[in-house]
Design a protein around this ligand. Sequence first.
Ligand code: HEC
Length: 143
Amino acid sequence: MNTQNILHAVRYALIALTLTSGVACAVAPPVDTKEKTTEEKTNKETPEYVAEMKAKVFSKEAVSVQNGEKRFNQTCVYCHGHQGSGGKARKLQGRDFDSDYLFKTITKGKKRGSLVMPPWKRTFTPEQRWELVTYIMSLSEEK
Ligand code: HEC
């Protein structure tokens, strides 16, 4: 190999390197985005999405409480009583709940002795669960 050939070889090697790293960089971000999109389609429970829905629901609180109340009366009243006055489960009225605790509990369900509340994650969207949260918090003033 003469010097000219060696220079050619080095140049091709450099070009090849630039191309491969260039391709790697160009491909990496779309792959990342795609994974996230798929995850959000199949599971809308990413912390970002849950936080976004919380902000949305709390920003129109009066409407959210109404929606929450409607849903509560369809699904929860059987165990928790009229306006959360209690029954098959502890009363929810007049209590000082943390919003994130309520969301988590509604999402995952809860057990006390032989009494069991199922998780509501598959039944209600995060937005609907936050509406239930605003309704339950609105009961804190009730006797
Ligand atoms: C099959 C009966 C049943 C239904 C239906 C039900 N719950 Fe419950 N819930 C329970 C039981 C049992 C507990 C745990 C024991 C307790 O707190 O009394 C509980 C606990 C809770 C708690 C936590 C209370 C605390 O003191 O920590 C919240 C909040 C709650 N339920 C909200 C809801 C909402 C919202 C719905 C409707 C989507 C609902 N529940 C439907 C039975 C039920």
